[in-house]
Design a protein. Structure first.
Length: 336
């Protein structure tokens, strides 16, 4: 069977890799549509590649599905074997955010958009990541981690952390299985809900303040930190409905003092370098009354629908999202 070979002078085949094995698949598919619309079609031929536990396939322009050969992440179109030059990962949760897919792409030598396997695994585990960054002086909320089968009484946990608390999957995304707990009686049901999404649970002391988020990416030639977005919701917290069903106001740039915004931007850039991150990351914070930002979590595969935080911040920075995507892709392809 003939094979299509791409040289550095040809249009590149880009796989926007979506799907995954978690509840966040619905978000991943929306992000894939967003990224696909952002990419420069004069430079790239773009395909959406779906990766699930039991099936991997490419969606062809006709709408038909072509199975992916996992030996080299290739597929057959019109009788020709086509390979990819770059994978833009937009799987939220496993295997796209925890390093598994990154490790596969490393093994087959396919450049990809996000952090390497180690950094992806580190940031995916909220408790481990927070513990690691605390050693660099980053402020994080006090927390307790529970592994499946490990028991700790509500009185022990509330005695250590107080109330209210946030309970969420430690090894999953931030959209599902999250509960704000105000009473000791509500703690165990919240833990069970979080365990439905993963093998570990993190229980954090709730921090009161303004919630903001900041995106950042770096290439060989530039370091870009976006304006902050302020998140305002009438819900108990920034849950799935607030994120994706319009139950929040997202204000970019954030309505906080300029010196606070600049401090958070500097911190975001520093964390990027501490981790050795790659591609676009987004870091969420709470800004309490003392104006010392508290890290909430790090997103190495942030949502990328048209209404997501990163596209909002790109627009607020006066940039073109198509140029940002080209920066991310070409920064990896230049190594070839």
């Amino acid at each position: 069977m003939p094979t299509a070979k791409n040289s550095k002078y040809m249009r590149r085949n880009i796989a926007v890799v979506a799907g995954g094995d978690s509840s966040e698949i619905v978000v991943s598919l929306k992000s894939a549509q967003g990224i696909s619309s952002f990419l420069d079609r004069e430079k790239y031929d773009v395909y959406i590649a779906i990766v699930k536990r039991d099936e991997w396939y490419v969606i062809l322009p006709s709408g038909e599905h072509a199975a992916i050969d996992r030996n080299g992440f290739s597929f057959v179109e019109h009788g020709i074997v086509r390979s990819f030059d770059f994978a833009y990962i937009t799987i939220h949760g496993t295997p796209g955010e925890n390093g598994l897919l990154q490790g596969y792409f490393e093994l087959i030598g396919l450049p990809y958009s996000s952090c390497n396997p180690m950094v992806s695994a580190l940031t995916f585990n909220k408790y481990v990541c927070n513990t690691y960054l605390r050693a660099f002086g980053v402020s994080v909320a006090p927390s307790v981690r529970l592994r499946r089968g490990e028991n700790k009484s509500a009185s022990e946990i509330t005695g250590e952390l107080g109330l209210p608390l946030f309970v969420k999957p430690n090894d999953g995304g931030s959209s599902f299985g999250v509960t704000k707990v105000k009473t000791a009686e509500a703690l165990q049901p919240a833990i069970e809900k979080a365990f439905a999404e993963g093998e570990e649970v993190i229980i954090e002391r709730a921090v009161t303040g303004v919630e903001v988020t900041c995106g950042c990416y770096k290439t060989r030639e530039k370091s870009v930190v976006f304006p902050l977005t302020e998140v305002v919701t009438g819900n108990e917290f920034f849950d799935f409905d607030a994120k994706y069903n319009g139950q929040s106001d997202e204000i970019t740039p954030a309505r906080i003092p300029e010196e606070c915004a600049q401090a958070i931007q500097r911190l975001t850039s520093e964390i990027y370098d501490i981790l050795g991150a790659k591609g676009i990351i987004r870091i969420d914070y709470i800004l309490p009354a003392d104006r010392r930002p508290v890290l909430l979590e790090i997103n190495t595969v942030p949502g990328m629908t048209g209404a997501s935080f990163i596209p909002q911040q790109v627009r607020a920075a006066g940039l073109d999202i198509k140029d940002v995507m080209t920066d991310i892709i070409d920064n990896e392809l230049i190594k070839l």
